[in-house]
Write a protein that binds this ligand. Structure first.
Ligand SMILES: O=C(O)C1=C[C@@H](OP(=O)(O)O)[C@@H](O)[C@H](O)C1
Ligand SMILES: C=C(OP(=O)(O)O)C(=O)O
Length: 446
């Protein structure tokens, strides 16, 4: 990670003085990095995580796994995987998991959901704590599911953090029902550790909706790549039922794809300024929800092409409103809302009620912050109505939410005088964002 110079409490978002033309290399996916770390830590032999994301969320994950006894050596190397694998690489050396230990989850959904099942396999007490917001983010369903599978957890009756998992060195596993309508991460959490449960797991989602399905597919694909046997609804199984058989996970050489959701502000910059931004290494096939930006931002007025140089995205400078269900790709909502506020027609963003439980209540935060710049946004039961208005400068508050900060920067490209409060919060998944943003505006890589 490059050392970012101290950032001001209020960061003046730069205004674009013309069409943006840049090539932007986006760091590794948070979701892939943190899954790769968990799977490598639970494997029966050492493995590699190549091109990992270095950010607060991945640091919290690796610190936590180290606290449980896992070895993680950070190296720079070349690999037999060729160019795709060269650069930074973490060697993960699994070990018997030990308590007592303390895990700081920060405000990382992946850490607070994926690690309690891992902690049940440790031979002692694992205390989980985190940022104040982590106490409010839903975890009760994971706690109850783990109890049903044989775990002992002391959460003081809160169904939330802080809590202690009394690891017994093993977990029985078996069949469990869970309502994952508040977060797909509940399902991913139970599946990721399940090869190590005595009976594996059968997870039955019983809620009315299930957000972020691509992230569950990511979990399944990465489990399979690590040698796990997984049955899914897609493979002809029962709807909303996933099964993972018990068995050893293999030590793999995993190359992390660029974080396509973090490519969003840069693509948005091309869209709204009528410029062109190229994102190298955009995968031709991926489970990342950010891939949906190709179609969503095309519908909003841009065009794109997957070339050998990466994804080349071009805007016309005219942005259209959109009516779209973002239930599968909820983490894209703040960036889409920012673009929609600059469009030539209204937008309706649906299917994202669960965003009220993310880093902050994103529906309330987007409504308030865009409206304070002169916008006209209203919350609906499951999303936002955005009627574009001429916006003016002002302070864009971020509520410790990395995607609020990048959304504010997108608006600031087109609206003079936008100041982003605590832009440093982008360190959650994209620590170099302010530098990357100014580099993009100076035409870096062209
Ligand atoms: O499993 C994952 O890596 C994620 C799943 C999604 O969570 P929700 O299902 O809670 O939205 C997504 O929003 C989050 O950024 C990452
Ligand atoms: C919802 C998000 O993060 P988390 O992994 O903390 O849930 C996100 O990155 O948009």
């Amino acid at each position: 990670m490059t050392q970012t110079p101290a950032l001001p409490a209020l960061w003046p978002a730069p205004l674009a003085d013309g069409a943006v033309r840049a090539t932007v290399t986006v760091p590794g996916s948070k979701s892939v990095t943190n899954r790769a770390l968990v799977l490598a830590a639970l494997a029966s032999e050492p493995g590699w995580v190549r091109r990992p994301l270095r950010s607060r969320d991945s640091q919290l994950m690796s610190d936590a796994l180290r606290a449980l006894g896992v070895g993680i050596e950070e190296t720079v190397s070349s690999s037999s995987a060729g160019d795709a694998g060269s650069g930074e690489a973490w060697r993960v050396i699994p070990a018997a998991l030990h308590g007592p230990a303390t895990v700081d989850v920060g405000n990382a959904g992946t850490v607070m959901r994926f690690l309690p099942p891992v902690a049940t396999l440790a031979d002692g007490d694992i205390r989980f704590d985190g940022d104040p917001r982590s106490y409010e983010r839903p975890l009760g369903q994971v706690i109850e599911a783990l109890r049903a599978l044989g775990a002992r957890i002391d959460d003081g009756g809160r169904g939330a953090l802080p809590m202690t998992v009394h690891g017994g060195g093993a977990l029985e596993g078996g069949t469990v029902e869970i309502d994952a309508s508040n977060s797909s991460q509940f399902v991913s959490a139970l599946l990721l550790s399940a090869p190590r449960f005595n009976q594996g797991v059968e997870v039955r989602h019983v809620g009315s909706t299930l957000p972020s399905l691509p992230h569950i597919r990511m979990t399944v694909e990465m489990l399979r790549a690590a040698g796990a046997q997984v049955d899914t609804p897609e493979a002809g199984g029962e709807k909303n039922v996933w099964r993972v058989a018990p068995g050893a996970l293999l030590g793999r050489d995993m190359v992390v794809e660029p974080d396509l959701s973090n490519a969003q502000p840069f693509l948005a910059a091309a869209l709204i300024t009528g410029g062109t931004v190229t994102i190298p290494d955009w995968p031709r096939r991926t489970t990342q929800p950010g891939d949906a930006l190709r179609s969503i931002f095309t519908e909003m007025g841009g065009s794109c092409e997957l070339t050998d140089a990466g994804l080349v995205f071009t805007g016309t400078g005219t942005v259209h409103g959109i009516d779209v269900d973002l239930g599968d790709v909820g983490e894209l909502t703040p960036g889409i809302a920012a673009v929609a506020a600059l469009a030539d027609s209204p937008s309706t963003l649906r299917g994202v009620a669960h965003l009220r439980l993310h880093e902050t209540d994103r529906l309330a935060a987007l409504t308030k912050e865009i409206n304070e710049l002169g916008g006209d946004v209203t919350e609906t039961a499951d999303g936002l109505h955005i009627r574009p208005r001429r916006l003016h400068g002002g302070i864009f508050h971020t509520y410790d939410d990395h995607r609020m900060a990048t959304a504010g920067a997108v608006i600031g490209l087109a609206v003079e005088g936008v100041q982003i409060e605590n832009v440093a919060t982008t360190a959650k998944t994209l620590p170099d964002f302010p530098t990357m943003w100014t580099d993009m505006l100076s035409g870096a890589g062209e």
